[in-house]
Design a protein around this ligand. Structure first.
Ligand SMILES: C[S@@+](CC[C@H](N)C(=O)[O-])C[C@H]1O[C@@H](n2cnc3c(N)ncnc32)[C@H](O)[C@@H]1O
Length: 300
């Protein structure tokens, strides 16, 4: 369990140095910004997901949530998912953990607690603590090896019979040539650092390979990027997509890789958006993947 962690510690890897020159040698750490101004993007993504799936979550856990259980959200960000669920199921207890404390500290419901922590340092909870463990929108946060570690960690803190759920968006398909250029660069750059951008199918494969979980299942919802064919949902997803590509550290990182100045990068992205709105209708899949921890499986 400690191999990935110790590998990272040996490298003395800093979590906040994306965009500086060291990125050439070190694993791509975290593309999405996590400053307070960027929480809007996470909030939009949460509500868009709720609209597309017509629910806050998909694992079959409603009865337990209604009668009172313990829920953990890993990488909770501003805590939107937890706060939304906590408002519906007020006899359950909700716990959020994030590397960066962008969650509410004081003004929050009585049944919600947040704490700062790094899942890669192992979660600060005992084995078999939670009935339901969730993690959302972490594509590009972890290397592929780290994903294996994180998934086992989520399973470890889940009770036997409890559920673990992941929500992850995928890059769009049926893109035009300009947006494809951005995607191809992102994929090549990420793969060179052992980061898989299209992570949902990998999560399914990992879960199916583990003997500690069963009933691996998923739901898929598709949104068309841009207003022309995607309507309001497509516009909302376009805002998220803009945030992903236009807020640092992504431009800093991709500019260099694509051989563009910052100005050229923004100009080309504007053309990619025009292409989306006028000529193409790329489809983005959002996955919710869940599984159940096997009864009698007391640790991972
Ligand atoms: C894109 S945000 C998603 C936030 C939230 N899950 C959501 O869907 O709105 C990714 C979050 O993961 C957090 N994060 C990144 N690496 C982490 C780690 N090693 N341990 C815990 N949280 C981490 C970031 O600080 C950020 O808040």
């Amino acid at each position: 369990m400690g191999n990935i962690l110790s590998a990272r510690k040996k490298k003395n890897f800093s979590k906040h140095d994306i965009g500086n020159k060291k990125i050439e040698k070190e694993p791509l750490k975290y593309f999405l910004p996590n400053f307070v101004k960027d929480t809007d993007i996470m909030v939009i993504l949460h509500f868009l997901g709720c609209y597309l799936f017509q629910s806050i979550q998909s694992a079959p856990i409603e009865n337990r949530l209604a009668s009172g259980c313990k829920v953990l959200d890993v990488g909770c960000g501003p805590g939107t998912w937890l706060l939304d669920l906590a408002a519906v199921y007020n006899s359950s207890s909700f716990f959020g953990i994030d590397l960066v404390p962008i969650f509410p500290k004081e003004i929050k419901p009585h049944n919600v607690e947040f704490r700062q922590g790094d899942v890669l340092d192992t979660l600060p909870y005992d084995d078999n603590t939670f009935d339901y463990v969730h993690q959302g929108n972490m594509l590009s946060v972890f290397t592929f090896d780290e994903w294996h570690f994180v998934i086992r960690e989520l399973i470890r803190v889940c009770k036997p019979g409890g559920y673990i759920e992941f929500t992850e968006p995928e890059l769009a398909t049926e893109t035009g040539p300009i947006l494809s250029k951005f995607y191809e660069s992102l994929i090549v750059l990420s793969e060179s650092r052992n980061v898989k951008i299209r992570i949902s199918s990998e999560i399914i494969k990992i879960l199916e390979s583990l003997s500690t979980v069963k009933n691996v299942d998923y739901r898929l919802s598709t949104v068309t990027l841009g207003t022309k064919k995607g309507g309001n949902a497509g516009q909302a997803y376009m805002d998220v997509h803009d945030g992903y590509f236009l807020n640092d550290p992504m431009p800093e990182t991709l500019c260099e890789f694509m051989g563009l100045t910052r100005e050229e990068y923004f100009k080309l992205f504007k053309e990619a958006k025009k292409e989306v709105n006028e000529r193409f209708a790329p489809n983005c899949d959002i996955y919710r993947v869940w599984c159940q921890k096997i009864q009698g499986s007391h640790t991972n």
